[in-house]
Design a protein around this ligand. Structure first.
Ligand code: GLU
Length: 352
């Protein structure tokens, strides 16, 4: 008996170093943005050139990440994120999908410009079928600035991607110690390091390399999504454009986009996605021509109620629920890869 116990203790003792302390493998996919930006001096926190620093330099600047995971880097592109088109978005989603299919990759971090970071994150949330953590991260100050926020954001993003407790919770945006859900996070401030916010709050916090969870998203994402990057061909999505609502509008933007081939128009309306009485006939005419009319709101919080302000059932329009116009644009484009039926598109907007 004593011999067996001793042998067992010995065997366990040999196993523990490999099981308990084996680090996960995380790949950092770099795309550019301020997190890869460089300014003329350390006091240039807001005037600098984005997308300058290559991925190896980004990783070498934060050697502490290697304590969290075995981290390797890939340079997917080097751009400011406002210039990302469907082509780059689809190619990035394919790259992330391919990486996560590898059994020896446990999580992926995407470094990204903050301008369209929420769009890329939401797109990955919708089309990459994996339970493994996908974390999109940026920074508001370039690495050359005093109190640069990129290094800690990157450290926290790697910690999140390497954490098994992050599995299956959807695609994340990590900024300023907050873990956000890709679906409802938005860039809410253009100048400070607490630039990102969600009206429903963060999912959790990331402090000193540790995750603290507070809520989950109830919407479909990743493995549970009906959209899959592997089923999307080519390098563009169905064309969807946004028209911003205000007083004293002209109908010309809607008709011009339809003429240019838009299959759906996101109306970023006032209040509850309202439409001016003199714009309604134009939208109905376009709807009858087969252009989907999707009512979202220019108001950053709340959600658009169906059949309130406008009779959506009667007109065959769709409401974007709580998705902001830029997120509604992406979901509409994906929905249009499957259906032209407004009722089915509305169902998709409730589900995601
Ligand atoms: N406009 C640039 C971009 O989105 C820089 C902004 C940023 O990353 O904070 O890539």
């Amino acid at each position: 008996m004593k011999k067996t116990v001793t042998a067992l203790t010995l065997a366990l003792g040999m196993l523990i170093p490999f099981t308990t302390f084996a680090k996960n493998n995380v790949v950092v996919v770099a795309t550019g943005g301020t997190i890869a930006g460089a300014g003329a001096s350390s006091t240039n926190s807001a005037t600098y050139t984005a997308a300058k620093v290559p991925v190896d330099a980004l990783l070498n600047a934060v050697p502490q990440i290697q304590n969290l995971a075995n981290v390797t880097g890939v340079q997917a592109m080097q751009v400011a994120s406002e210039s990302i088109t469907d082509k780059e978005l689809l190619s990035l989603a394919r790259q992330v999908n391919d990486l996560l299919k590898k059994p020896d990759v446990n999580g992926v971090v995407i470094t990204h410009g903050t301008d369209t970071l929420e769009e890329t994150a939401f797109f990955l949330n919708l089309v990459v079928h994996s339970d493994k953590p996908i974390v999109v991260v940026g920074s508001m100050r370039p690495g050359t600035a005093l109190s640069a926020d990129g290094p800690l954001n990157l450290y926290s993003a790697v910690a999140l991607a390497a954490d098994d407790s992050a599995k299956g919770k959807g695609t994340f945006v990590l900024m300023n110690d907050d873990i956000f859900s890709a679906r409802d996070v938005t860039k809410a401030i253009n100048i400070h390091t607490n630039a990102f916010a969600s009206q429903w709050g963060a999912l959790g916090s990331l402090i000193e390399g540790k995750t603290y969870w507070f809520r989950n998203t109830s919407k479909r994402h990743n493995k549970n999504s009906e959209f899959n990057i592997e089923n999307i061909q080519g390098d563009s999505l169905p064309l969807v454009q946004i028209v911003y609502g205000s007083g004293n509008m002209l109908p010309d933007a809607y008709t011009a986009y339809a003429k240019a081939g838009a299959k759906a128009i996101i109306h970023a309306g006032t209040g509850n996605g309202s439409v001016a009485n003199y714009i309604v006939p134009t939208l109905n005419q376009l709807q009858q021509q087969g252009v989907q009319i999707i009512r979202s709101s220019r108001v950053p919080q709340g959600f658009v109620l169906r059949n309130a302000e406008q009779p959506d059932d009667k007109y065959g329009w769709v409401v974007a629920h709580d998705l902001n116009p830029q997120k509604a644009k992406l979901l509409a484009a994906l929905a249009l890869t499957k259906t032209k039926d407004a009722k089915e598109i509305q169902r998709i907007f409730w589900d995601y």
